[in-house]
Every structure is written in C-alpha cells, then in structure tokens.
Design a protein around this ligand. Structure first.
Ligand code: BDR
Ligand code: CA
Length: 335
C-alpha cells in the first residue's frame, strides 16, 4: 500500500479525496493536514473530522495547518461550497475525534520521514500554504517523498478569475515556491481544471450512487446536489459539477487500476501579480508561453537542466475513476 498524506480544505470534492485515501486498499493514509481555502481553517478542520467519522475512520489524525497565506489575506469559496465549506446536508455526524495539537508541518515531517525513502506520496487538494512551509522548514521531506500530486491550475479557462484556478489563486506565492523547488523535479503531478472537468458528477453518477438506499449514500448525494446547484448558478454548468480533488488522488494509483492517466511533461510557471494572478503557464522546449496572447511575464523559459519538471495530467479513464469512487462508497457504507 502507498503511504499517503493528504493536505486538504473540504470542500465537497475534497470529501471524496478523503474517502478514497482513507478507504481504498491502495493507500495507507498516514494523516491529514487542513488548510484555509474553501472555508476558514476551523470549519474545514471540523468538516474533515466529521467526514472521517462518517467514513468510519476517526482514527486518522487531523492536524490544522495554516489559516491564511503568508503574503495575502485568505479567500474562501462560499459561493461554491457554502458557508461551512460542505453545505447541503444535515446528515453529517458530530466528529468523534478532536484535532491534534502538534503543528501540521511537524506532523507531516514525522510521518513522511518514518516511511522508506522514495515511497510516500503527498496529495494536495487545497491551497499550497502548508506544503510550501513544510518544504521550506524541512527540505529533507521533498527529497524523501516519491511524489506530490496537486489539484490545481488551469491552462484554458479558470474558475476564480478568467484564467486562474482557485487553489493556486488563493496562494500563488506558495504554489510558485513548489513549482521552482529543484528537489521536486519529476515528482510533481498536476491535475488542472482542464483534466478535472472531464470528471463530472452527472445525474447518472448520482443514480448509481443512490441505487442502494442508505443514509450514508443520501448524505453524499445531498452534498453532491448542493455542489451541482452552485455549479449551475455560478458557472451555468448543467451537466454536473466536476469532482476535482479526487482526480489528484487517482493519479497516484497503481497502473493495475487502469486509470490510464496520460501526462505531459513540462515546466509550470505561476503568475503572482496583476490581473492574471494565480494563472498557471506551461513553458515549452526553448520558448516562452505556449498559450494565450498578452502575457508579458515569461520569455526566459525552456525545459532544460536545473528546471523543475512537472507531469501535467491530460487524460484519464473516467469510467474507472467512478468505479473506484463507488467501491469506496460501498466500503464506507458497510462500516
Ligand atoms: C479546487 O477549488 C476548491 O474549491 C475545490 O475544492 C478544488 O480543490 C477547484 O478549483
Ligand atoms: Ca479542495
């Protein structure tokens, strides 16, 4: 089993990243750190504890991390996830566990360093403040991990501004520190909106989810209905909301699960200023910007020695993805 640490900000889609890492037999979930993002640190931490209780895994330790970026005020996604971060149901249980008191980055360091070199994966489904601090304070952790799989970025259309995706936009300086860290070269996997928008919670997915009646499934369905409604209101997306975050977890799964991920190896730059703040840009072989006109920031690029190579997810087997989701739902429902 892959030792994994999850850094998240639940979040309707984060909830499914928690579900997979906590219950799929591919993973050994070492712990969860929470970060400001979809809602306040306090609320996303409470959501995490409540979800773990609902999933029958209150034993997974939860560590509250950063409550804001280093260089900016926090931004929350109330319009998408509601005031609590996971609005839409009254069926979530009161947590049976409490948050841990050890600082999140120390717990992350201890957990990562306790695994054999080159085996541990880090899944990041929120803003990147915790992980930036982790690698700055304990650089050995970046050397030690096998991979860091991030949900973030957008190479066509953004979701918080025209060109920026929420997780990167909220703390672009932290994201930039990760995408320029040499010890992470070839270890970063990025699942941008372009990919996550192929994984939609359609009405047929919801039907499969509720084909066996249970309170647990009703709760998940109510959460997804809320998420679906906000996607209609905010983005006019009527075919169903994208379940972004668990895609970054699925990207770490063994090939035997036939997720059929296709990656593009590239260098990713983060714009930290101006109206394109939070935008991710791919830098191709020996040239500057590959997409969009009107960006002045780049021009020094080129995938050469000394730059941090990132694997950007371009495609996955969506059917297999939903099979994995339904499998963990089934497991949790039996608890
Ligand atoms: C990302 O932003 C958050 O609202 C979601 O949980 C996801 O991590 C999508 O842009
Ligand atoms: Ca998230």
């Amino acid at each position: 089993r892959i030792p994994i640490w999850l850094d998240c900000d639940p979040g309707h889609d984060d909830a499914f990243a928690i579900l997979i890492t906590a219950l799929h037999p591919s993973f050994n979930l070492l712990g969860i750190s929470t970060v400001h993002g979809n809602s306040s640190l306090q609320k996303v931490t409470n959501n995490t504890l409540s979800l773990l209780t609902a999933f029958g895994r209150p034993d997974v330790p939860v560590y509250p991390g950063a409550n804001k970026p280093f260089m900016r005020p926090a931004v929350h996604a109330r319009g998408i996830h509601g005031d609590t971060g996971i609005d839409g149901t009254t069926l979530l249980p009161t947590p049976t566990a409490r948050p841990q008191s050890t600082p999140a980055v120390e717990a992350m360091r201890d957990a990562i360093m306790s695994t054999p070199q080159g085996t541990c994966a880090l899944a990041v489904t929120g803003t990147m403040t915790n992980v930036a601090l982790l690698f700055a304070a304990f650089p050995e952790t970046a050397e030690h991990i096998k991979a860091i799989s991030i949900m973030g970025g957008a190479f066509t259309l953004g979701n918080i501004t025209e060109r920026a995706e929420f997780n990167i936009y909220c703390d672009p300086e932290s994201a930039a520190s990760i995408f320029t860290l040499p010890s992470l070269s070839n270890k970063i996997i990025l699942s941008p909106l372009d990919l996550t928008h192929t994984v939609l919670v359609t009405s047929s997915v919801r039907k499969t989810l509720t084909s066996t009646p249970s309170t647990f499934r009703t709760m998940l369905c109510e959460l997804l209905m809320f998420f679906a409604d906000t996607y209609v209101k905010v983005f006019n997306m009527t075919e169903g909301p994208p379940l972004h975050d668990p895609v970054a977890v699925a990207a770490l799964m063994d090939e035997s699960f036939r997720m059929e991920f296709e990656f593009e190896e590239t260098v990713v730059k983060i714009i930290c200023n101006g109206e394109d703040t939070g935008r991710t840009v791919m830098v191709g072989e020996g040239e500057g910007v590959m997409e969009h006109e009107g960006t002045q920031v780049l021009g020094d690029g080129g995938v050469g020695a000394g730059v941090v190579k990132v694997r950007v997810g371009r495609k996955l087997n969506v059917e297999k993805f939903w099979e994995v989701v339904m499998e963990v739902v089934e497991r949790a429902d039996r608890v």
